[in-house]
Structure formats: C-alpha cells, structure tokens
Design a protein around this ligand. Sequence first.
Ligand code: UDP
Length: 538
Amino acid sequence: QSQELSQVQIDYHAALQALVEDGTRMVCTGRMHTDRICRFESLCYSTEAEEFVYFHSNSSVMLPNLGSRRFQPALLDLSSVEDHNTQYFNFVELPAAALKFMPKPVFVPDVALIVNRFNPDNLMHVFHDDLLPIYYTMQQFSDLDLEARLFFMEGWSEGAHFDLYKLLSNKQPLLREQLKTLGRLLCFTKSYVGLSKITTWYQYGFVQPQGPKANILVSGNEIRQFTKFMTQKLNVSLEESSSEEYIIVFSRTINRLILNEAELILALAQEFQMKTITVSLEEHSFSDIVRLISNASMLVSMHGAQLVMSLFLPRGATVVELFPYAINPEHYTPYKTLATLPGMDLQYIAWQNTDKEDTITYPDRPWDQGGIAHLDKAEQERIIKSTEVPRHLCCRNPEWLFRAYQDTKVNIPSLIHVIRQTVKSKPGPKKQKWSGSLYPGKVRDAKCQASVQGTSEAKLAVSWQIPWNLKYLKVREVKYEVWIQEQGENTYMPYILSHQNHTFSENIKPFTIYLVWIRCIFNKNLLGPFADVLLCST
Ligand code: UDP
C-alpha cells in the first residue's frame, strides 16, 4: 500500500473553490480541552510550519468559539493521556483570502482521524493509550469506518508495534514526517481530531503518583469487543474446544529477568498438573502470543508492559504478576486494575520478592536502565539500603528505575503459596453462564396509607409493584430498600424488605409528613434507582 491519497477521486478545482469560499468548519464535543473531540471540514496543515491552519471565511464555523481561552492551555488533548503539555492540539488562523499567496493545497480525500500516539514503543502504552482509544473513537463517529485514515502527529517513527495500528483501518496510517512528502499545505476534507479517553483505566503519575483513574468508565465487555476485533484482524483462529489446559510464563529477555525460569516452569507444571510454556515478545510473533494467551488458564509474568496482553485472556483465567525486590505491588497497578475491571472476570494475584538475597541490581547501567552511578554517594547508599521505593511521580525517579530493572530469583514455595491462596483447585477458563449484571428499573405504583391510633401511635402501610423489567429477567434474589424520612429531617430509617408491601409502625408519629423512598435491589448489590418520592401524612 502506498502513501497515495488519491484513492477517492476529487475534483480539485471544486475542492479549492469550496475551501476559499467556505473556509474551515469545526464543531466539537466536550466541555473542556480534556474531553474534547472536534470534527472539521477543510482543516489544513502546513508541513513547513508544522502547524494546523484554520481558514476564516463567511461560511466558516468554530464551535466552541473560545477566543483566547483556546490557548489556556489548548483546544484539546491530541493523545488519550489527560492534560499532558506535550500533547496539546491547536491551530493558527488565517483569512481564506490568504490562500492566494500560499502553496497550492493538496487535499486529503479520506476521512481522517488525527491523533498523537503516546509511547508507541511500549506495549502497555500502545494498547491503553492508543489502540483502545482509537478503536472506540472510531466507534463513536460513524464516518470513521474502516476506510478512514489515521494520522499520527506525535512525530515518532513507526515504532515497534506499527503492525497493530495498521489493523484499525484498511488504509496505511501516516506519520507526521511523511506528510512533508505529500505537499506543503495539506487540507483534510473531513477530519476528526482528538481521542476518546472513555476506555482508559490508568494514570501514569504525571501530577500525582500513578494509580487507577478516579472514574473508570470501561468494563470487560468493551475490552473484549476490542480484543475480538483485533484477534480477527490478526487472523488468529481460536480453537475454542482445544482441550488441553496450560499455563503461560511471559518472559522478558533483556531486563527485569526471572533468573530461575526453568525451575519456575517445572514447579508450575507440577503444582497445577498443566503444561507450562514460555513466550516472549522477542521470540514469538504477535499472532502466536495472542493465540496462546486466548486459551491459557494462567499468565505468569514480571511486572511490565507485556502484561497488558492479559487483555486477551479468556474469562476465568488467572494473572500472576511478579514484582522485584522493594517494589510495592499496591503502588503499581495498571495490570491489576485491568484484570479486576468489572466483567473482565480474571483472577489477579501479585507476588513480590521480599528477599534481598534473591535480587540482582545493576547500579552501573545507564540511568534509563536503572543505573544509579551518576547519583552522589550518599543517595546511592540510601537507595541500596532502602527496602521500599517511596511513592513517586513519573517517569525518571532513579530509585524506582533501579528497583524496576532488577533481576529476580523467584522463591518458588512462596510464589506457589500466594497463588494457592486464590486458586484452590485447577486454574482456568470456566464455562461461565452469562453473568452480565442488569439493574432493576424503578418500582411502580408506590402507594402509602396512614392510620392513626390515639395521639401517640400511627402506622404507615406502603406498597408498590415490581420494576417493569423484572418480568423479563431471571433474578436470583429480589429485595426492596425503603427509606422513611420525616419531612425536614436529615436522617432516615432504612429497611430491606422481601415483599412488595410493608406496614411500618416503629417510630411513626401521628400528624406528621413522611417522605418514603423505595428502590429495588437484584442479587444483593445491583441497586436500582429510587422511584419518585412518596409523601405520606399520618
Ligand atoms: N520488553 C520486552 N522484553 C524485555 C524488556 C522490555 O519485551 O526484556 C518490552 C516491554 O514489554 C515494553 C517495552 O519493551 O513493551 C519497553 O519496556 P520497558 O521496560 O521500558 O517498560 P515497562 O515494561 O516497564 O513498561
């Protein structure tokens, strides 16, 4: 496939006239630069200035029209990493009349998705920051179909995993460098700029120490729809019924090594009575890794980007993440967060080397491979003595890098012990019944009837009908929660009930107004919405 753009024939003069007359048209979604995606007609890019250009004319549109707030700090994030100051998008403005004096525009006929990749050499970043967000941004806008073309503006070369990006559309993605070869002024007929962050689950620690995102919006269902797409595009055939169960040790071959890998494999095979195999990014094709992981019962690996491949594990499988000495597993949880997303249905186990004897450090390596020789002696001493890396910000903390790039001799009995605390019998995919969790609707026709006995006692009879969707569902347990609140009070009495009516008499006073809130609960933890509040006067 060439970089040729003219697969769709366009009438050059008509296109040029439209650009001069109509200028650029932009309409965006999102309220802030961090959640904005913009759709453009006739957005241009000067390959000399390396700037996007917006042309004003009588028909141009700019929504939102932010004025100079467009620079505070930017119109939008071009990558899926939130508010990173190297990833901002903006354009410069010109009157359409200026086109007369500019290089002749080259039109891009394909619908374009214009984004930044964040770190295309690291597999975790590739999947989490780029592939999943691109896939779901394309799902959001119907003209971003398989005929759309991706434009990567971050300025990197293809990187180690470019083949994966190619799977997302039928057209060859183009890099910033390549745009120069197409012309001096490129004009995108129709384009989308920015990436959806709706699928990301982790923040890497740019402003606060790394950890799960505060508001995760993705579930295993959407992850698996994506992996199904990728698996099909990779032409990986999944032998669903392939009977033999096995464990995968995903090894690293360059650094952060497992020093006793052979011993580990034997021990796992023996303990779980399963074939145990190793894979690595260096020694296996990506398709082979996906095929193997898709049917594995357990994935064992050192902490590291390769663990993002647990995306491809079948439901019910187990992820075992190994952490080198002095690295607290609770502080580095991209893969734990992934495995424990609702509906991922993976079991997650962390093991940490706690024995200094079993670690090999590399103080003399370059700083980016964890060397500390460049630090002053006292700091080196402190790091070497320390038993835990304190929480830190991304990305160049030398103590973190020093510990992250240790090799580890895995203490087999200790590892097996931790796994056995979670995996009691055989690990592996369970032929599970669909456990999609559906929530109840509102209870219906709620009514109350009060009765007063004397001057100090009263009763409140409350009844309601089942939520409308319940009659179409098989639900193991249906309960109702009722809150009784005296009007004007901040507190309420909560009750959990099994039936659709109840007469309350405790703490019910005569000649008082009560607010009654009712909701349905499926299977203990699926809480429905409250029905409209009932006003009941005794
Ligand atoms: N990598 C690998 N084998 C190795 C070391 C690294 O395949 O021995 C891969 C790793 O999976 C990641 C990339 O190289 O995709 C960069 O690794 P790095 O150690 O920088 O990042 P980390 O794994 O800690 O996220």
